[in-house]
Design a protein around this ligand. Structure first.
Ligand code: HEC
Length: 369
C-alpha cells in the first residue's frame, strides 16, 4: 500500500508523457493528412483549372466533388513482368497463378520525401485497367501480336508497357493504362527510360486487337467516337473518318508512327507526340493544346486524376464522350468503363506527382552514370 502510493506520482508522469506522445503523433498524422495532402477535386478548384473552350457552349464540366469522393479508392497489388512468349521463363505462367495477392501501397508507411517518390514510381508503373481497355491476355501471349504491332521489348524479352496484376490466387489479369504504358521508352540498347518520350506502339497494338477479335464495324466506330469525337470542332475530321468503313478506321490506328499516341481526347488523325515528362515540373500548361493549367503540384494531381481516365465522364455542354446523360451519371450506379469506377486516393496522387517532379535532366544523368 505504502509502496504503491509512492509509485503514483511516477506513474502519473509516465502517463502524461505517454498521452502527450500519442497526441503529438496523432496531431502530426492529422496535420499530415489534412494539411499536407491537398484535396484536389473540389467544385471550386475545377471551375477554371481547364481553360475554357473557344466555343463556350462546350466548356468542360468535370464530375462533381460529391461524385468524385464517393468513388472507391484504388487498391494497388503487386505486379509482375509480361514476357514475349519466346522469352517467358519455364513454368512462369503457372507460378503466377499460384501467387497470392499482395497489397503494396500503404500511405501510412511513407515518412521521407524519398519514400514518397519511390511509392510514386511504383504507382507510375501500376495499371488502372484490367478490363482489356487496349489489349488483353490472349494478345500478349501470341507471338504474332509483337510482330504485327512492332512492339519494342527489352533484351530479357519483357514488354515494359503492361504488367500482370495478381488480385488473388489464380486471378492474373493483364493490366493496361499505367503511366508507364505511354511514358516509357525502350532505347536501342534495350535499356528503358521512364518518363522519356514513350515508344509503346499502342495504336498498332490496338489495331491488332480489333482485327484479332473480329470487332464488328459498329464497335470500331463506337470506340473511335468515345476516344476522339469533338463535336465543337467545325467540320470535325473525325466525323468523316467515322463515316468511312471499318478498314479505313483501323488503318488510321495502324498509321500512327512510333513516339506518338492517340490518347482519349486527342486525335487519331493528328496524334500527339507522347511528351517527354523529364522536366515537366517547369511547364506552365499541360498537353499540346495547353488545356490544363499547371501552377503547382495540386494542378499536377488534378491532371493525373482527370487523364487516367475520368475525362470520359466530362460533359461538354450536353455532349459526353461515352454517351452518358447527366441523369445516368448521377443516378448512384457506377459507370463501368476503364478508369471511371474507382480513383486514386489523394495520397496516391501526391506520390505520383512527386515522382513525376523528380524526373529532371539531372536525375536522369545520375541514373545513367
Ligand atoms: C494511354 C496513354 C497514356 C497514359 C496511360 C498516360 N499518358 Fe500521359 N500523356 C499521353 C499523351 C498522348 C499525352 C499528350 C496529350 C496531348 O498533348 O494532348 C500525355 C500527356 C501527359 C502530360 C503532359 C505533359 C506536357 O508536357 O504537357 C503529363 C504530365 C502526363 N501525360 C503524365 C501522365 C501520368 C503521370 C500518367 C499516369 C498517371 C499518364 N500520363 C498516363 C499518354 C498517356
Amino acid at each position: 500500500m505504502h509502496n504503491s502510493m509512492k509509485m503514483k506520482p511516477k506513474l502519473i508522469i509516465l502517463m502524461v508523457i505517454v498521452v502527450a506522445a500519442i497526441s503529438f503523433s496523432f496531431i502530426q498524422t492529422w496535420q499530415y493528412y489534412y494539411s499536407e495532402i491537398p484535396r484536389i477535386w473540389t467544385n471550386e478548384a475545377l471551375k477554371d483549372w481547364e481553360l475554357p473552350n473557344a466555343n463556350p457552349t462546350f466548356t468542360v464540366e468535370p464530375v462533381s466533388e460529391e461524385f468524385y469522393f464517393a468513388l472507391p479508392e484504388r487498391v494497388i497489388y503487386k505486379t509482375y513482368p509480361v514476357y514475349h512468349p519466346d522469352y517467358e521463363p519455364e513454368g512462369y505462367w503457372e507460378w503466377l497463378h499460384e501467387q497470392d495477392a499482395q497489397i503494396v501501397f500503404d500511405a501510412s508507411q511513407l515518412k521521407t520525401e524519398a519514400d514518397w517518390i519511390k511509392a510514386g514510381e511504383l504507382l507510375f508503373d501500376y495499371p488502372i485497367d484490367t478490363l482489356g481497355a487496349v489489349i488483353s491476355t490472349k494478345h500478349v501471349r501470341n507471338r504474332e501480336f509483337y510482330t504485327a504491332s512492332r512492339m519494342p521489348i527489352t533484351p530479357e524479352g519483357i514488354m515494359p508497357f503492361v504488367q500482370w496484376v495478381v488480385a488473388g490466387k489464380g486471378k492474373v489479369y493483364l493490366g493496361n493504362l499505367s503511366c508507364a504504358m505511354c511514358h516509357t521508352r525502350v532505347m536501342p540498347d534495350g535499356s528503358t527510360i521512364k518518363g522519356a518520350q514513350g515508344n509503346w506502339s499502342g495504336d498498332k497494338a490496338f489495331a491488332y486487337a480489333l482485327e484479332a477479335d473480329d470487332a464488328p464495324e459498329r464497335a470500331v466506330k463506337g470506340i473511335t467516337s468515345f476516344l476522339f469525337s469533338s463535336p465543337w470542332a467545325v467540320g470535325d475530321p473525325h466525323g468523316k473518318l467515322l463515316a468511312s468503313g471499318r478498314e479505313e478506321i483501323i488503318g488510321a490506328y495502324k498509321a500512327v508512327p512510333e513516339g506518338a499516341f492517340g490518347r482519349q481526347g486527342t486525335s487519331i488523325l493528328y496524334p500527339p507526340q507522347a511528351p517527354n515528362l523529364i522536366g515537366v515540373k517547369d511547364r506552365k500548361y499541360l498537353d499540346h493544346g495547353g488545356l490544363s493549367q499547371h501552377r503547382n503540384i495540386e494542378d499536377m494531381m488534378r491532371y493525373i486524376a482527370m487523364n487516367q481516365a475520368l475525362d470520359f465522364l466530362n460533359f461538354y455542354g450536353d455532349y459526353n464522350p461515352i454517351g452518358l446523360t447527366k441523369e445516368r451519371l448521377y443516378n448512384g450506379k457506377p459507370v463501368i468503363f476503364p478508369g471511371t469506377y474507382d480513383r486514386h486516393s489523394e495520397a496516391q496522387l501526391l506520390a505520383i506527382a512527386k515522382y513525376v517532379y523528380s524526373l529532371t535532366s539531372e536525375s536522369q544523368q545520375t541514373i545513367s552514370t
